[in-house]
Each structure stands twice: as structure tokens, then as C-alpha cells.
Design a protein around this ligand. Structure first.
Ligand code: GLU
Length: 286
């Protein structure tokens, strides 16, 4: 292996170059991701939620997925029926075509995979790795606003007879991960961060007992994403740095569900097009 390269899965190498020529105003180093010519390009995906029109951040995300993956799988994250609209999906597809960022194959829709997500949840339930949470939004907000109560297990927050009453009245629960138990089962997990070339140790301290199935839709972003990335054979997840923290949850769920773990590249966020676009690091395959 060449000096200065960090080995990551799927024979993808990353190297950080110190070089200011790529843009005179840049204060950041570009990131060069070198994909071994001997292996196929990583399988990447771009996964917009069709809750609005394609924005600049989306376009940048699709560009990163396309560059690093030699095209990408287009996955429409439309599990939240109240917020997603088919008209936005159509507009997103048109805009990606207009931007000359074609995806590979047919788009994949999360809304077509609800049964698979149910099965994943059932598998976690069967092993007592999740518990039903009957807290209302207001009760949860109350718990979280108490400074000494960082995100914690919520199953003990309401008395058992109240839980039974809510269940009898037909209230659907959310399902929360028994994080402590899960971490006991899946020790020493890590994931490959291609942006820094580091192997990152799993850190769930910010998450507590994360919701893996919302009461209104029966799944969650976290659960659906790990199932999808596995079903679609994704080997490199490219997405915005705002989702980096979620990667710890995803890595843990992958281990619990016995799913493969892709590598990750969390790209810069396009915060204000007028001011900061010159500071974006666009990964380049060398
Ligand atoms: N659908 C998510 C979003 O639009 C992205 C999911 C992902 O890339 O993991 O923010």
C-alpha cells in the first residue's frame, strides 16, 4: 500500500492533500479519495426525502455520491406519508436529470419496503432488544428538559398500570432500543470514516434509547436506512455531516441485525450558497 494511504473496506483508499491551488479562496484542504483501479467503484446512494424541492445541499450530496460511486442509487426516503409528496419526487428526478447527475437503475422507494422494516423490528422484538414506549410528546419533552435527565431509558418513566391503560385504550407505542443491552451484545464496534481516514469507535452517549420505530409509521429513519443500505448493496454511504452522529446508531443496528457495514463519507454542508460554497471540499477520485 502506498505511503500516506489509510486502508478502508472495499479497497478504497483515502489521502488528504495539502493544496491550495484548487480554489484561491479556500481555507480547507481538498479531499482526494483514491479508489483502487483493480476494484469496482464503491456502490453509493443519494437518498432525498421528498418533502420539498431539490435544494443546493441535495445537489451537492448527489454530486458527491456520483463522483465517489461512479453514479449512484437513487433512494426516495418517503416513509413519512404526511410530509412526503409524489410531486416532489418527480421534481427531484427532473432536477437531477437537468443537472446531469443520472442515477443507476430504477429509483428505490422506502414506502415499498414497509414489510421488510416490520420484519427487522420483529427480529429486535423477538430478542427483547427494544421496548414499547407510551410516552406522549409532552411527557418526553418534560423528561428531556430536566438537565439531570440526559437521554435515558424511558420505560420506567410511567407506572406500569398507566402503560397498561394506554395500551388497552389502543395507543400505539414507539419502539425504543435497549441501548445498554445492545451494547453489551455488540461490543467493540467501529466504522470507517473515509473523510478522515480514521476508524471511529462506536459512541452512543448522545443517543440513549433511540426510537427505532415511530408510533405513527412503524419504522424510523435509523431502522429503514440500515435495512435499505444492505438491500441495495451500498458499500459507501455518502451524506451530509449533519447525519454523522446517526452513523453510530446505524452501526449498532447493523450489528444487531447482522447486516454488512458500509464505509462512510460525511460531506460538508452547504450552509449559505452565497458565502460559503467556496469552502466546500469536493472529494475527487484520483
Ligand atoms: N433522507 C435523508 C435526508 O434527506 C438522508 C438519509 C441518509 O442519507 O442516510 O436527510
Amino acid at each position: 500500500m502506498a505511503r500516506g494511504y489509510t486502508r478502508a473496506p472495499h479497497l478504497v483508499y483515502i489521502r488528504r492533500h495539502r493544496c491550495r491551488q484548487w480554489h484561491p479562496n479556500s481555507t480547507v484542504d481538498p479531499i482526494i479519495v483514491t479508489v483502487s483501479p483493480a476494484t469496482p467503484a464503491p456502490v453509493t446512494r443519494f437518498a432525498p426525502s421528498p418533502t420539498g424541492l431539490l435544494h443546493l445541499g441535495h445537489a451537492y450530496s448527489a454530486l458527491v455520491a456520483s463522483r465517489l460511486g461512479d453514479g449512484y442509487i437513487l433512494r426516495i426516503d418517503d416513509i413519512d406519508k404526511t410530509r412526503c409528496r409524489p410531486a416532489f419526487t418527480e421534481a427531484i428526478c427532473r432536477d437531477l436529470e437537468f443537472l446531469n447527475l443520472p442515477w443507476r437503475g430504477d429509483p428505490v422507494f422506502q414506502s415499498h419496503r414497509m414489510t421488510v422494516y416490520e420484519e427487522a423490528l420483529a427480529s429486535l422484538r423477538a430478542r427483547d432488544l427494544v421496548y414499547p414506549c407510551y410516552l406522549t410528546r409532552a411527557e418526553l419533552a418534560n423528561i428531556l428538559s430536566a438537565p439531570q435527565e440526559a437521554p435515558v431509558a424511558t420505560d420506567a418513566a410511567i407506572p406500569a398500570d398507566e402503560v397498561a391503560r394506554r395500551s388497552e385504550q389502543g395507543m400505539s407505542p414507539a419502539w425504543r432500543l435497549r441501548t445498554a443491552r445492545a451494547l453489551d451484545l455488540a461490543r467493540h464496534l467501529s466504522w470507517d470514516d473515509l473523510r478522515t481516514g480514521q476508524r471511529r469507535q462506536l459512541d452512543m452517549t448522545a443517543h440513549g434509547d433511540v426510537v427505532v420505530a415511530r408510533r405513527d409509521i412503524g419504522t424510523s429513519y435509523h431502522l429503514s436506512v440500515v435495512v435499505d443500505d444492505s438491500l441495495d448493496g451500498v458499500t459507501l454511504v455518502t451524506r451530509g455531516a449533519d447525519l454523522e452522529d446517526s452513523t453510530h446508531v446505524h452501526r449498532l443496528l447493523q450489528a444487531l441485525l447482522d447486516l454488512p457495514s458500509p464505509a462512510y463519507f460525511h460531506h460538508d454542508l452547504v450552509r449559505d450558497a452565497a458565502v460559503s460554497y467556496t469552502h466546500l471540499t469536493l472529494p475527487t477520485k484520483a
